[in-house]
Design a binder for this molecule. Structure first.
Ligand code: MG
Length: 326
């Protein structure tokens, strides 16, 4: 069965869709009240983030748009040092979408939210004319524990930059699917709670964290260098890339440095904390390929020491290499 305009009418078909799909997976005490807005008890400093997800295909190796939207929002909250608490979800469904596909995606969202410790407390669904597409906007709220100050502006000369794992997996996975290329590349789509929790629980003085999403590592490091008014020097030989992704990039002329990821983050710490932080990250489920990849120095911009001993400027990504990867 497919979604049709009556599912967005607010009438009986809408009510059935709510009950049979969203109600089945998202049930919780806040949502079940079915009031006009979720009423939440919160106190302290709050991190609040929103993002829209338009990836195609909506189901891919290693995840789907449902898992992706929860991970994306949870990770953005985590990167500010917040403990993610609540999520809202707005769905735009195009006529013709298979209801079985929607069911799978909503189930995946609920499972991911549960694993990440967040509740989905408000939502909305609209149906529009189209070709069976599906878009999701999620917003999330997290609470920042007292004394935590994580910012892109906190880096200082001598600090080290840790990357939590291989570059480019999500981007290469989506591109493979879009081009009909058969391979084993899976999206890295994941919530990064375990890494962040381990760093804070073990007293690492984290200065900056950022998830390495659209625009890739090159763009993210430029944003940090700019915010902190410093220079960042990457060691090319330290960059972790899965050999299959590397091969895929070589054939297509892509640079993993600018490819999007959905389960990778960078952490900046003082050099004194770096080795211990690396070990902690490596011991988590999504951090086994972590590496110290760069150091912060005086100056401006991002540089890369190449394998051959040369040095080149790493600029921000200009334009989008591939639309709709997230
Ligand atoms: Mg982010």
């Amino acid at each position: 069965m497919k979604i049709n305009m009556s599912h967005g009418s607010g009438g009986k078909a809408s009510a059935e869709l709510m009950k049979d799909i969203f109600g089945k997976y998202f049930s919780n005490e806040v949502l079940n009240k079915m009031e006009d807005a979720a009423v939440l008890e919160l106190s302290g400093r709050i991190a609040y983030s929103t993002d829209s997800f338009v990836v195609t295909p909506v189901i891919f190796k290693g995840g789907d748009i449902g898992k992706l939207c929860v991970c994306g929002t949870v990770n953005d909250l985590l990167m500010m040092g917040a403990e993610p608490k609540y999520i809202t979800a707005g769905f735009i469904l195009e006529e013709g979408l298979e209801i079985s596909e929607l069911d799978q995606i909503v189930a995946s969202m609920a499972k991911t939210a549960k694993e990440a410790g967040v509740q989905i407390v408000a939502g909305d669904t609209k149906v529009v004319e189209g070709k069976g597409g599906l878009y999701i906007n999620t917003s999330g709220i997290g609470i920042i524990p007292k004394g935590r100050n994580i910012s892109a502006a906190n880096c200082r000369e001598g600090d080290l930059v840790l990357l939590s794992g291989n570059l480019g997996d999500h981007h290469a996975c989506i591109l493979s699917a879009r081009m009909g290329i058969e391979n084993n590349i899976k999206s890295d789509c994941a919530c990064l709670n375990s890494i962040v929790k381990s760093l804070f629980d073990n007293g690492i003085a984290v200065k900056t964290m950022r998830d390495v999403t659209r625009g890739g590592l090159g763009t993210v490091l430029n944003e940090i260098a700019e915010a902190s008014q410093c220079s960042i020097e990457i060691r090319e030989e330290a960059l972790p890339v899965n050999p299959e992704v590397k091969g895929f990039c070589d054939i297509l002329g892509l640079d993993p440095l600018y490819m999007g990821n959905e389960g990778k983050m960078i952490t900046v710490v003082s050099s004194a904390d770096a080795e211990r932080a690396l070990k902690l990250i490596k011991d988590t489920p999504h951090g086994k390929d972590a590496a110290i990849i760069a150091k912060v120095s005086a100056g401006k911009g991002v540089m890369m020491k190449t394998r051959l001993g040369g040095s080149r400027i790493v600029d921000v990504l200009y334009g989008e290499g591939l639309p709709r990867i997230c």
